[in-house]
Write a protein that binds this ligand. Structure first.
Ligand code: BGC
Length: 246
């Protein structure tokens, strides 16, 4: 089965057709810049453009950086506030004319890692998957099953959202060295560990390719490992999630 996976991110919108049996991309991966302001109609236009360029007319899974309940976006931390309360499934299916399933971006990347990536080996116990990007997204797994819609990037650390202290974007914006950033990440992870006691923490997002630069500075009881699928996890997971619906 093939499904088009699209990952809406803070800086880019990526899409490719995914073979669900293997979790691999069967077309080229397109990446278009996220329009300034990340407003709904502008993002819908980019999604439509990707669908057109790939000449796709089947099911689409979209990973989106918000809490999504019954197709409606409920939080707008790194996107325009007009997304809150909007039925994003309707928006994207009207724009593309295709059946659309929308899922939180971190839940999407997490299920991809657990199914095809490094998480495959951890189907027993509690796994916390985090994406470190523009924000911090979380996906929680208990014995391989997703506990959906967790928003641990908004856990308060030193009076701020965790993602405002330790996302990958904060490292770049504040020009932090790896050690300095890792100290912030350590604080965030220690708080999550104290509250949820995961056995394994998988760190994803583009920054995971540099894990040798910051993992040595982390000290947690959980085993901390980098994600494997890197930047494709969101696309693959959104397609996989959609393939499991209806
Ligand atoms: C959003 C989450 C999202 C994460 C990563 C957070 O600000 O609230 O829904 O998963 O960013 O994009």
């Amino acid at each position: 089965m093939h499904v088009l996976g699209i990952d809406v991110g803070g800086s880019g919108i990526k899409g490719a057709v995914v073979d669900i049996a293997t979790g691999t991309l069967v077309t080229e991966k397109l990446r278009l810049p996220t329009p300034d302001g990340a407003r709904p109609d502008d993002i819908a236009m980019v999604v439509k453009e990707i669908v057109g360029q790939l000449n796709w007319s089947g099911k689409i899974g979209i990973g989106f950086p918000s809490l999504i309940i019954n197709g409606v976006a409920l939080i707008a931390a790194n996107i325009d506030s007009s997304w809150v309360g909007l039925n994003v499934v309707e928006l994207f299916s009207n724009a593309t004319g295709c059946p659309v399933v929308v899922v939180n971006d971190a839940d999407a990347a997490g299920i991809a890692e657990m199914t095809y990536g490094t998480g495959k080996a951890y189907q027993k116990g509690v796994v916390l998957f985090l994406t470190l990007g523009t924000g911090i997204g979380s996906a929680f797994f208990v014995n391989g099953h997703l506990f959906p819609n967790t928003e641990l990037g908004h856990l308060e650390v030193r009076g701020k959202d965790a993602e405002k202290r330790a996302s990958a974007a904060v490292r770049t914006e504040k020009n932090l060295g790896w050690k300095e950033w890792a100290e912030r990440l350590q604080e965030v992870l220690a708080k999550m560990e104290m509250l949820f006691s995961p056995d394994v923490i998988i760190l994803g997002g583009g920054v995971s390719k540099n894990s040798d630069k910051f993992l040595p500075y982390l000290n947690l009881r959980a085993k901390v490992i980098p994600a494997q699928l890197r930047n494709d996890a969101g696309i693959i997971g959104a397609a996989l999630f959609a393939s499991r619906q209806g």
